[in-house]
Structures are given as C-alpha cells and as structure tokens.
Design a binder for this molecule. Structure first.
Ligand SMILES: [Zn+2]
Ligand SMILES: [Zn+2]
Length: 281
C-alpha cells in the first residue's frame, strides 16, 4: 500500500467540525490509506468512525489524545489501537470530564467569595455554543465594568495564581501512558515540536516517558519543520521508538490544515502504520 495516511484527526466528539462518519467520507474522497481518530480526552467518536470505515473500506484506527502535565507544560499523549470499551479507560475519561465541568463552578465560587457577583449562566451565555472557559468569565467582568480589558481580567483574576484561578485538571504522565497501555494501546508523544523544548529538555522528557512505556513519537506533523523532523527521527532510531505522523485535522476551527496533507506537503507513509501493528502483535 502506497497511499498516505493520517494518524491525527479530531471530530465533533471533541473540538473538530466533522462528525466521525463525515471525516471518514472525506478521507475516502482524499484517497487516504487509513486514518486514526484521536479526539481530546474522549473516545466517543471512534466507534461511529469505525462503522463508517467498515462500510466504505477505509481502515480507521481507534485513538485518543490525552492532555498531560509534564515538566510544567501541557503535553499531549496520543494512544493508538486502544480498546475503546476498556472499563478503566472509559471510567477515567468520564471522571476527568466531570472534574473539568466542576472547574467553572469553582471559578464562580471564587468570584463570589471575592464579592463579585457572577453566575455560571452569565459565562455560559458569553460562550454560546463553545465550551465555557476563562475568556468567557473575562468577558463578563469586562461587561460589568469590573475590569477595563480582557488582559486585566486575566492579569488580576484568571491567569495562573490569579485571585479566581482554579487549576485545570490534567492527567499525570503516569496516568496517561498507563491508561493507554492498560487499554492495550501504543502511547505516543504528540507533536514534540510544539512545546518549545531545547534539545536537552526534549531528550529528558522523552526519557521520562520511555521509562513509563512510551512507544513512539509523532515525527511528521503539520507544523514540524524539516530540521525538526530530522531531530525527531534521530531520537526515534536511537531509542527504538515508532515514528508516527498526522495533520491534527480539525475542520473549520483550523481551516489551514487539510486532512492527510496538513499545510500541503505532509505525507505519512502506510508502512509506519504497519510497524505499529507489528509492535502491538
Ligand atoms: Zn495536541
Ligand atoms: Zn490533536
């Protein structure tokens, strides 16, 4: 098989604009050899995608992308070939969702304790159809005249260590890698070019993750430069890791990234997927 593949895509199950079945139809139109569905902290889109893939003869790899705290950064860990019905995986993802939902209510409590009238509904009204988050609280503060700019809202109240700041829940690296391994999958460090790590920091982070059972690195990615790709390939060879690649397709939220080809020149070979399957056994 010489077709290109895309192992990093998002659907409406997280923040993509295409439903899983629509994504599969697009992949068939683009003549891709396989895709992986890797939504943020959820596997809810995978089975619909696989059903559509079975109908249209497109290989759909079950996946997930977990947000993880690593060395004071939010680092993404991809999981491939996971059992999306694995009870511990689905329980933990569900639990993480409920902890995140509570965060906004805790932010409201902080404001009320500070003597600022604020309700969750006010922030939700600013969010409209988006997921409620800190910018919406900032917009409410601005409207009430409590701050004179969004920046001020963040500086005084909402940034890390701000008066109304509540930390966002993220998995630890142990939890992310461990959960993917328990669900029978391959844990992969997502887009290592995105964390502004020095070569030394990158090597340290990859070393930490390898001790936990990391299986691969996302070498090819829409935003990686050719020299970054070389560096990541070297690490993969030196540590006997699997190279993976994908566009991080989201549809409308990131219109500049196309499925399969990223910014136009991405090409992930099918043989990389074969090597992953071999590692799974
Ligand atoms: Zn990511
Ligand atoms: Zn992603």
């Amino acid at each position: 098989m010489n077709k290109r593949i895309d192992l990093h895509t998002h659907t409406t199950a997280s923040d993509g604009s295409l439903a899983p079945a629509e994504l599969v139809r697009l992949a068939v139109r683009e003549n891709l050899g396989a895709i992986a569905i890797t939504d943020h902290d959820t596997v809810d889109g995978v089975q619909e995608g696989q059903r559509a893939g079975a109908e249209l003869s497109l290989e759909v790899v079950p996946g997930v992308e977990l947000s993880t705290d690593l060395r004071n950064k939010t680092v993404h860990i991809l999981g491939y070939f996971i059992d999306v019905t694995h009870p511990e995986l689905t329980d933990k993802l569900e639990w993480a969702r409920s902890v995140r939902a509570q965060r906004n209510h805790k932010i409201v409590e902080r404001f009320n304790e500070l003597g600022i009238e604020m309700t969750y509904e006010e922030a939700a009204a600013k969010a409209g159809r988006d997921v409620v988050g800190r910018p919406h609280f900032a917009a409410v503060l601005l409207e009430k005249g409590i701050v004179s700019s969004m920046q001020e809202a963040f500086d005084i109240y909402l940034k890390r260590d701000g008066k109304a700041y509540v930390p966002k829940f993220r998995f630890t690296p142990e939890q992310s890698v461990g959960l993917i391994l328990k669900a029978g999958g391959l844990p992969v460090l997502a887009h290592p070019g995105s964390y502004s790590w020095s070569p030394l920091e990158l090597d340290g982070a990859v070393g930490d993750l390898c001790e936990l059972g990391l299986a691969g690195i996302e070498v090819l990615y829409s935003e990686h430069t050719p020299s970054q790709v070389q560096i990541f390939l070297d690490i993969v060879r030196r540590r006997d890791l699997l190279p993976t690649g994908g566009s991080d397709f989201h549809g409308d939220p990131k219109p500049e990234i196309a499925l399969g080809v990223g910014r136009g020149d991405l090409s992930v070979p099918y043989r990389w997927l074969e090597a992953m399957k071999k590692r799974i056994g």
